[in-house]
Write a protein of this length. Structure first.
Length: 280
């Protein structure tokens, strides 16, 4: 069974006010969506509703509180409230299974699975050392989507393609549109996959677009297919985009294809064998 646990200990009144908490909810909402789409069960403690957001207000109190929020964001806030209400009230609850653990951190150690946490310094994207009887067990606690996806990949709850799609959501490079039907990522060998990850991180870390365009590592250039027959994007959703390509590794032939939109680059496809590049 694919499962992780929601960490109720990551809400202990650490937020100064509700507005500060609201700002973290888009990440939690995205994480819940990933779990749902990949059929990963999120186990909770039945006392989750008692968890404190601020020193005075709990998750339960959130349901009837409006807070200071822009009118344009009100619909999103209502959606987040519904999601949190579902977390509090909808099974499964792991403590209904006669467990001898007192919280989700220790239950995760018992089950040897990961934690999904709210934003909290003690639990933000780190490996916890948790005592379990006479041994110490490592438990991954994820807040960010990238760190969550990394843990899901290690547990084989998601594949390489889904991992790449979820890893880069906020920086210069975006992978949300990557072609999941081409199998280009899943076919990568271990070394090729590592080079792809490193290349994407290097691209994302560049300070300016000029740094990318002048970096010989990337060899950034236009995609110019020799004919419509060889254009893998012709007739597709992105046929009207100006497609570019860049290299992701020094020791492999892995390349990324996609398009630039102002300061962002959207990856559409990964190539490992020059089958596309040789014709454009």
């Amino acid at each position: 069974m694919k499962e992780i646990l929601l960490n109720e200990k990551s809400l202990d009144g650490q937020f100064e006010n509700m507005e500060a908490f609201y700002k973290t909810l888009p990440v939690m909402s995205r994480n819940l969506k990933i779990l749902r789409e990949n059929n990963v069960i999120l186990q909770k403690h039945s006392s989750l509703y008692q968890s404190m957001i601020t020193k005075e207000l709990s998750l339960f109190d959130l349901q009837n509180r409006r807070g200071k929020i822009e009118p344009s964001q009100r619909d999103k806030l209502n959606m987040w409230k519904r999601q949190l209400s579902s977390l509090m009230n909808t099974p499964p609850f792991w403590d209904g299974e006669a467990s001898d653990c007192v919280d989700s951190v220790h239950e995760a150690a018992k089950r040897q699975t990961d934690l999904l946490s709210f934003l909290h310094d003690q639990y933000r994207d780190k490996v916890l050392e948790v005592p379990y009887y006479d041994e110490m067990r490592e438990v991954r606690s994820a807040f960010s989507t990238g760190y969550l996806a990394e843990g899901l990949l290690k547990k084989k709850y998601i594949d390489k393609t889904e991992f790449i799609r979820q890893r880069h959501q906020d920086g210069r490079i975006r992978t949300c549109y990557i072609d999941i039907d081409s199998d280009s990522v899943s076919e990568l060998e271990v070394g090729e996959f590592e080079e792809l990850l490193d290349g994407l991180e290097r691209f994302n870390a560049a300070k300016t677009w000029n740094d990318i365009l002048t970096d010989r590592f990337f060899d950034y250039k236009d995609y110019q297919p020799v004919s419509d027959r060889h254009n893998v994007f012709a007739g597709g959703k992105f046929a009207d985009k100006n497609i570019d390509k860049f290299r992701c590794g020094q020791h492999s032939q892995v390349r990324c294809f996609g398009y630039r939109e102002e300061e962002l680059f959207y990856v559409l496809r990964i190539e490992r064998d020059h089958s596309i590049s040789d014709h454009g």
